[in-house]
Design a protein around this ligand. Structure first.
Ligand code: HPA
Length: 246
């Protein structure tokens, strides 16, 4: 498969990628099995990029069923060097309301039972990656060319197991831990990218106030804000991808 060195992983509501001109879809297999969906090569704002639908075509895979190792291995196998991962999140930050996007600076992993490393016996090298700053340096490069359109630059992303949303007490604990937003898919994705030598940053799309933080119905909030957030993701990618491919 001809090599685009940039990949975008689409999350909830990202199976259609506004502005993406899809080319050939490649069904691939890795040492860990098949990724969530075929890898779609194409162009975004003229820039070659590979797109992977994290939840599969038609969004059939819940977070705990995603084969993260296969997804990240598939991208590494075709020579991807940088991964921009889109993730829907709930927000606990006043300055990051539904419909806004963020470039979180760090994350805390609350997931359990997910296959989280490629360093998994059978003679594989033992990897203790430095994960002090999980999203740098790519996050810094994105920030340098990002439009200022509703972008929140920072925040700690708590990654929960799901698929249920959190209780209000769990969200209060996340806030005490220093989290400003909560999603379900960034881990182990980010760590696997680092193990495989790919730069990785997450663009968080706020689709709701986290449990107990808002006053409305969470699902109605998600419904009302997802399209606005995705339009912002589209603007961000159009501005940033041409610069990153250089
Ligand atoms: N919690 C966890 N994951 C999410 C949320 C949330 O409130 N919203 C979107 N993904």
């Amino acid at each position: 498969m001809p090599g685009a060195t940039l990949a975008v992983i689409g999350g909830t509501a990202m199976n259609r990628w506004p502005g993406f001109e899809p080319g050939t879809a490649h069904a691939v297999e890795t040492a860990w099995g098949a990724p969530s969906a075929p890898l779609v090569e194409g162009r975004f704002a003229g820039t070659p990029a590979v797109f992977l639908a994290r939840h599969g075509i038609g969004h059939h895979l819940p977070p705990h069923r995603i084969n993260f190792r296969a997804n990240m291995q598939a991208l590494a196998d075709i020579g991807v060097q940088r991964v921009i991962a889109i993730a829907a999140v709930g927000s606990m930050l006043e300055g990051f309301p539904p419909g806004a996007i963020a470039l979180p600076e760090d994350c805390i992993d609350y997931t359990s039972g997910r296959a989280q490393t490629i360093s998994d016996g059978n003679g594989a090298d033992l990897l203790h990656i430095d994960f002090t700053a999980p999203f740098d340096p790519l996050r810094e490069r994105i920030l340098a060319s990002a439009p200022d359109d509703g972008l929140h630059a920072g925040g700690v992303l708590g990654v929960t197991q799901g698929p249920r949303l959190e209780t209000a007490a769990e969200v209060r604990r996340l806030v005490r831990d220093g989290c400003g937003m909560v999603g379900m898919t960034t881990m182990p994705e980010a760590a696997l990218a680092r193990e495989l030598g790919m730069e990785y940053a997450v663009v968080a799309v706020c689709v709701n106030w986290a449990a107990g933080m808002g006053s409305g119905d969470i699902h109605a909030e998600i419904e009302a804000s997802a399209a606005r957030g995705m339009a912002r993701v589209g603007n961000l990618l159009s501005a940033v991808l041409p610069r990153l491919s250089r």
